[in-house]
Ligand binder design. Structure first.
Ligand code: GLC
Length: 818
């Protein structure tokens, strides 16, 4: 990025402070600084002085601006919000932000600079066509900031490799990163999230490069202590998040770009997929396979072969003579149906397939720079690609889902939406990607170039689909799954990480990958359980399904031609293990669903790295083979064949082993523990103070919860409160108070342990059920008290070392103490 001289702005010569912010005029170029919120700063560096026009598809949400005061101090302007201070050095034109307590972070090394990238000797990696139109599109703006030596670089969206992405050069450009697989050293993938969460013990801060153009974030690859931002588009626009914790950064990011949608409860259940269940009979057989074996299941996905010759919005009537009947049969078994939809529309006119004709009539398809229709090859052969930047096109595309919604399809799986297109039919030798030309005009009035909108292609397809599901079925929550996306995708869709392989390395990689997505704003994420490419060995499947239980989105999926990958395909032993794992998922749903509500409220990811919950423990920051599932559970999976024990790093505090119910922190040596991890016994640790809420095993979320267990794991010293959140599981009533919240406090061992359930609050009344109160104790107590009186019906679970008492759940307060 450095081999061609940059234009420099020179010193700041004049400035204006208006209500909204500060405009600093350099010799050439302008810097504009605004307080988007007291803890979020927006900085725009404008080489030609003019900000880019705002776009209807911009993911930014309007926030009430905060007050920004400006004072002049020897050679600098000092800008202040209640939570941030920034010093603008007038001579150098550099910015030096500080937190409220004075810690400096993200300081500019020098002022931003710019150059014409076509003149640069540096090739733009992964840019299909670096010959961009002159002017702003190919003006690259570059900024270097200082990274502290002990600062890790996290988030940064969907990548391969480890959790800490320091010392890498990361491109933001969506591509179909499929075969030959997701190698550790790969760079950009299907999604693009130019967001960074920098963390060192005591401080986390964040940065969002607000650019949908091709951009690069260098986290110390060229120079170890230098963070470099580069984007095309002729302007550098970024947001700084003041943290100071990782949780605060994610909250700030999702306050600005949107909180994760609340999924319907069924979407948190188990999903079964493969490319493809090819006929009505096959789909029914899979459903029956689950029900007969009593393996819980909530959804079956239909991959591309349900369509007639891969024509979107059609059905192959030979293999699916009555699609509505197929869906009805699934529904009768309490299984939801999800269909794949790809953006490529078969280029076929006047042959009884109206989508291409209608699309051309409505001018909905992308055109080449010369105005001719653009086409490229994907599943149906030569295909046309909708221009989702056009509002009328989004509406048209959305309405095309009416047929699917009409027959009862429950969710839409948006695939190949990077978009993934080539210059000849799929499978033909010598096939290459053939992207929409970067100089093609997109949007309502052709207002933007494809170079600006490429990264948003998948996201806008998803938006069109989500809006349609909302419009066509307003009483239900839309549920979507997408492969491509960008900042803000969490508002509309869950994401999976694309075409992984049935390799142990990819099992291990799923943790940093999903944890990074969570830090980038996407809470509902998963990878193909069992792996997509290649045959999955039995042991790998066993390990994958026990880990997949904890993926926010849990789906088994594999490629055409691989061996069967349903949970029973690996023999009775693995089948039994898979059943137990999936049953565990269903038992955990009250907890996971509460986490989904929390994510919807603050952005807090369901699956997150240890640093999220223990930001002050530097030793835990790089760990990516253990993750937290919400604040109460930590899992430490085995991701290698033949291994039956593993080392678990224990964060500070009291910890229990979920399997034995016993405390384990007292046996830890220097913060680590060796634990047994035979097949079927994924190490799951429970944080002291946790009130784990568990349901009974159900075959699907459509069955009512008949029993709620509240399992108290007392901390040694601290009381802790957890609030269980419940609602109808679908629809929007929760927004109008149809929500039940139950605060549960677990009192510590030091003062005589107790689990105290508060009265249920709110306008949602759960199905009548039993309440099982449990409390883990070091030894069998002499007496047990319920609501202050000695109880006579309690039970001691000697194996789990827990007192247990059964009540009927009357929504009233209860207290179980020893
Ligand atoms: C893509 C998807 C994969 C799907 C296949 C066929 O490779 O990533 O999940 O099965 O296309 O539709």
């Amino acid at each position: 990025m450095d081999d061609h001289p940059l234009h420099r702005p020179g010193p700041v010569l004049a400035w204006e402070h208006d209500g909204a912010g500060l405009t600093a005029r350099h010799e050439t170029a302008v810097t504009r600084i605004e307080a988007t919120a007291a803890d979020i700063l927006r900085v725009r560096f404008l080489p030609d002085g003019e900000p880019a026009p705002s776009r209807p598809w911009d993911p930014l949400l309007p926030l009430p601006a905060a007050r920004l005061t400006v004072e002049q101090e020897d050679g600098a302007l000092v800008l202040r919000t209640p939570l941030l201070t920034v010093r603008l050095d007038l001579a150098a034109g550099t910015l030096h932000p500080r937190t409220a307590d004075g810690t400096i972070f993200a300081a500019d090394i020098e002022a931003a600079g710019w150059r014409d990238m076509a003149l640069s000797k540096t090739k733009l990696r992964h840019m299909p066509d670096p010959e961009l139109p002159a002017g702003r599109p190919r003006t690259g703006v570059v900024l270097h900031k200082r990274l502290a030596p002990d600062e890790g670089c996290f988030g940064l969206g969907q990548r391969t490799g480890g959790l800490d992405r320091r010392h890498r050069r990361l491109t933001n450009w969506t591509i179909d990163r499929s075969s030959p697989g997701h190698g550790r050293g790969n760079d950009n993938m299907y999604q693009s999230h130019p967001v960074l969460l920098a963390a060192r013990p005591g401080l986390a801060w964040g940065l969002y490069l607000h650019s949908s153009w091709y951009s690069v974030i260098d986290t110390g690859y060229r120079e170890p202590e230098r963070l470099t931002l580069m984007t095309l588009g002729g302007e550098l626009d970024y947001f700084l998040f003041a943290g100071p914790t990782p949780a605060a950064v994610v909250e700030q990011l999702t306050r600005l770009t949107g909180r994760p949608a609340l999924p319907p409860l069924w979407a948190l259940g188990f999903h079964q997929s493969r490319w493809s269940y090819r006929s009505d009979a096959e789909v029914r057989a899979v459903a029956r396979g689950f029900r007969e074996r009593r393996i819980p299941l909530d959804a079956i996905h239909l991959d591309i072969d349900y369509m007639d010759g891969f024509r979107v919005f059609t059905w192959d009537r030979q293999r699916f003579p009555d699609p509505a009947a197929t869906v009805a049969a699934l529904h009768a078994d309490d299984i939801r149906a999800v269909t794949i939809v790809d953006p490529g529309v078969k280029k076929e006119f006047g042959a009884g397939y109206a989508v291409a004709d209608d699309g051309v009539a409505g001018d909905h398809f992308a055109r080449r720079p010369d105005g001719e229709l653009f086409s490229a090859y994907v599943w149906p052969g030569e295909s046309l690609l909708p221009d989702f930047c056009r509002s009328a096109t989004r509406r048209w595309w959305g309405d095309l889902h009416e047929g699917l919604v009409g027959i009862g399809i429950d969710g839409i799986w948006c695939d190949m939406n990077e978009p993934s297109i080539g210059d000849r039919p799929i499978g033909e030798p010598g096939r290459h990607d053939q992207p929409i030309p970067l100089a093609a005009r997109q949007g309502d009035d052709g207002e933007a170039l494809q170079a600006e909108t490429h990264n948003l292609y998948g996201q806008l397809m998803v938006q069109a689909t989500a809006d349609a599901l909302q419009r066509l079925r307003p009483q239900r929550r839309p549920w979507l799954l997408t492969r491509s996306g960008s900042i803000g995708i969490q508002r509309w869709s869950a994401s999976w990480m694309g075409d992984n392989s049935s390799w142990w390395e990819h099992l291990a990689m799923s943790l940093p990958q999903l944890a990074s997505m969570g830090l980038s704003g996407s809470a509902h994420v998963g990878v193909d359980i069992g792996g997509f490419y290649h045959h999955c060995p039995a042991e790998l499947f066993a390990r994958w399904i026990e880990l997949g239980t904890f993926y926010p989105f849990m789906r088994n999926h594999t490629r055409q031609g691989t061996r069967p990958q349903e949970p029973w395909a690996f023999g009775p032993e693995v089948e039994a293990l898979a059943r137990r794992a999936i049953e565990r998922r269903y038992r955990l749903l009250p907890y996971l669903y509460t986490l989904a509500h929390r994510a919807h409220h603050t952005g807090e990811p369901l699956l997150r790295p240890l640093l999220f919950d223990f930001p002050d423990e530097g030793r835990l920051h790089p760990i990516d083979d253990q993750v937290m599932i919400g604040p109460l559970l930590m899992i430490a999976p085995v991701c290698q064949p033949g291994i039956r024990r593993r080392l678990v790093e224990l964060p500070p505090g009291t910890w229990y082993d979920l399997h034995s119910g016993r405390r384990v922190d007292d046996t830890a040596d220097r913060g680590a523990l060796i634990t047994d991890a035979p097949l079927g016994r994924l190490p799951i640790l429970v944080r002291g103070g946790a009130a784990l809420t568990l349901g009974n095993v159900r075959q699907s979320t459509a069955e009512p919860l008949a029993e709620l267990t509240i399992d108290g794991f007392p901390d040694q010293d601290e009381p802790r409160t957890w609030t269980l959140i419940e609602d109808a599981g679908d629809g929007h009533g929760y927004r109008n108070g149809e929500l039940a919240e139950t605060a549960i406090t677990v009192h510590p061992l030091a003062t005589g342990a107790a689990v105290e359930v508060g009265p249920r609050q709110g306008g949602y009344a759960p199905h009548p059920r039993d309440l099982l109160l449990r409390l883990h104790l070091p030894e069998r107590p002499g007496t047990v008290r319920l609501d202050g009186h000695p109880a006579d019906t309690w039970r001691w679970d000697a194996q789990q070392q827990a007192v247990e008492i059964r009540l009927s759940d009357d929504g009233q307060a209860h207290r179980l103490s020893s």
